[in-house]
Design a protein around this ligand. Structure first.
Ligand SMILES: [Zn+2]
Length: 277
């Protein structure tokens, strides 16, 4: 028999549960009261086990092949690929992750491992979105140096180290895509990358032009200009301007009947094999 105090606490927990349903809260926190077998203390135990996220595919070996540089997707449909680079600002990284989670928009992230502190807290949210194919992660190198300034071993190290970090953090390979920092690359660098399985060098055809701090008006004007069928658009998780604009960007995408897709979806590649299907 629960003591009166226990009963009051139980009623309080039940009331909290009712309140959260009325407020439209997400369900993972729904719990019922129980008693710890060892201490006799009240504990919250899950009423039903949370559904496990779909499993991530096993990390495939590299598939070296000739490299292709891509800047644009097919213009015959209504697809666009929104790509989001770097991650220097924790709040903006969190904003983009939340944007993906709450809207279901398909995004491709190009994070650098030096910003592990900004990205790692979101691994639990991102992994199921990655497994579901809504979010893709590509290689943007570990330290974001201009690859033209590095030796062959240095280029290899930047790509391998970042892929190792993404695999460890998010459970998925970045192959076959890499985006050179600053968009600066050479045929030699692309060939080095291709030997590691990076057979697609991804540039961009449109940009929010927000690698530097810009005004909301400027960012939206860039979006108006560039969000067109087939565009690979570049944005950055570096400055907070975009945080107040997600709804307006979605409105623009919907008003133009554009369909945001990942690079895998746009180019029929597969993160499960790390190459073309
Ligand atoms: Zn970058």
């Amino acid at each position: 028999m629960p003591a009166p105090l226990d009963r009051r606490r139980l009623l309080g927990l039940l009331a909290m549960g009712t309140a959260s349903v009325l407020a439209g809260c997400a369900s993972p926190g729904r719990r019922r009261a129980g008693t710890d077998a060892e201490t006799g203390a009240d504990v919250a135990v899950p009423s039903t086990p949370a559904a496990p996220p779909p499993p991530l595919p096993p990390v495939p070996p590299p598939h070296p092949a000739p490299n292709q540089v891509i800047t644009h997707g097919p213009t015959t449909g209504r697809r666009i690929a929104l790509t989001v680079d770097d991650g220097t600002d924790a709040e903006v990284v969190a904003g983009y992750v939340s944007f993906a989670q709450r809207t279901g928009i398909h995004l491709t992230f190009s994070p650098n491992g030096i910003y592990n502190r900004e990205w790692a807290p979101h691994a639990g949210v991102l992994q199921p979105l990655i497994a579901a194919g809504q979010v893709q992660v590509i290689n943007h190198t570990f330290t974001h140096r201009d690859l033209r300034s590095l030796t062959t071993a240095g280029v290899r190290d930047e790509l391998a180290r970042n892929d190792d970090w993404v695999i460890k953090t998010l459970g998925i390979t970045t192959r076959p895509y890499y985006r050179p920092p600053f968009g600066r690359h050479t045929p030699t660098i692309d060939a080095i990358a291709a030997e590691l399985g990076y057979t697609r060098t991804v540039l961009w055809a449109g940009s929010f032009s927000d690698s530097e701090v810009v005004t909301p008006q400027f960012l939206l004007a860039e979006a108006e200009k560039y969000l067109q069928p087939g565009v690979i658009n570049l944005g950055h998780a570096n400055h907070p301007t975009v945080l107040g604009l997600f709804d307006q960007l979605m409105d623009l995408i919907h008003s133009r009947d554009l369909h945001p897709v990942t690079l895998d979806e746009m180019f029929d590649t597969s993160r499960a094999s790390g190459t073309a299907r």
